[in-house]
Design a protein around this ligand. Structure first.
Ligand code: ATP
Ligand code: MG
Length: 265
């Protein structure tokens, strides 16, 4: 039994007499402690797939299972970072993180919850902003609060939808390292589904990359660079170049490849 399974999953959105098939017969298994990056063109169904794992949507066909049981809704076994910021606007950064930790039932003691909230806000480089409300923070800062909240919940499964999309390169590298530290840590590894548009980020983080085309999975690529390698060591390795070229060619299929040539999307 895998930690997470999508068996023959289809999802058709029906709205005001119109219908749209967003996913069609998708099969995917994610093992305990496995870090899977999902990559693919805009609109191919990545967020939809994550929403099924989160229990925010349900398949019209097939089944989604976690630990062998069908997903019936959201649960504290899964932490989620949404593509669009999702903080409570009426709570400060600290209270937003506090709320997540409380939901996860990690501690009963208020002081312990508060200490953990502050620790994780510090880890995402926001210690000076803990008492600010979301409207007082930049987009990237809000996203970092959401990341702190989800990581602090210490769930077995993490569902991260473009978590670093709005974040500057320096903080992004720091957050990648933090994610690896918290998710690929010896025996305490987490099952992670991580959506990104960044090919390099996917190769560096993933044990496996799932490339999607509209509605379905097109290709899966096993990776898993050892965590003690440096970025430079990874990026100059032949394996890295080979995977990068493969992903670029998957993105560029049916598209003009010459710089300066107009691309038909
Ligand atoms: N609630 C909905 N009702 C109808 N169609 C929807 C709904 N949500 C998503 N879709 C459609 O499903 C398709 C997949 O959307 P999804 O958000 O999963 O794409 P994505 O791969 O995450 O794209 P991006 O990289 O831009 O975030 C799109 O064509 C979108 O228009
Ligand atoms: Mg999306």
């Amino acid at each position: 039994m895998s930690k997470v399974e999508l068996n023959n999953v289809s999802l058709e959105f029906r709205d005001a007499g119109k219908s749209f098939v967003a996913l069609e017969k998708v099969n995917l298994k994610i093992e305990e402690g496995e870090f899977v990056c999902i990559i693919g063109p805009s609109g191919c169904g990545k967020s939809t797939l994550i929403s099924l794992l989160a229990g925010l949507n349900f398949p019209t066909e097939g089944e989604v299972r976690i630990d062998g049981a069908a997903v019936r809704g959201t649960g504290t076994d899964r932490g989620m970072v949404f593509q669009h910021y999702s903080l409570f606007p009426w709570l400060t950064a600290k209270k937003n993180v506090y709320f997540g930790i409380k939901q996860a039932n990690l501690f009963q003691n208020k002081k312990q919850i508060e200490e953990r909230a502050l620790e994780y806000l510090k880890r995402v480089n926001l210690e000076e902003y803990v008492d600010k409300y979301p409207y007082q923070l930049s987009g990237g800062m809000q996203q970092r609060v959401a990341i702190a909240r989800t990581l602090a919940m210490d769930t077995e499964i993490l569902l991260l939808d473009e978590p670093f999309g709005a974040i500057d390169p320096k903080n992004r590298l720091a957050l990648q390292a933090l994610t690896v530290k918290l998710c690929k840590n010896g025996d305490n590894r987490k099952a992670v589904v991580f959506v990104t548009h960044d090919i390099d980020e996917a190769i560096i983080l993933a044990d496996r990359i799932v490339f999607m085309e509209p509605k379905r999975i097109k290709e899966e690529i096993s990776i898993g660079f050892p965590v003690d390698l440096t970025r430079e060591e990874i990026m100059v390795s032949p394996k890295y170049m080979e995977i990068r070229n493969r992903l670029m060619s998957l993105f560029l299929q049916d598209v003009g490849n010459r710089i300066g040539e107009e691309v038909v999307l």
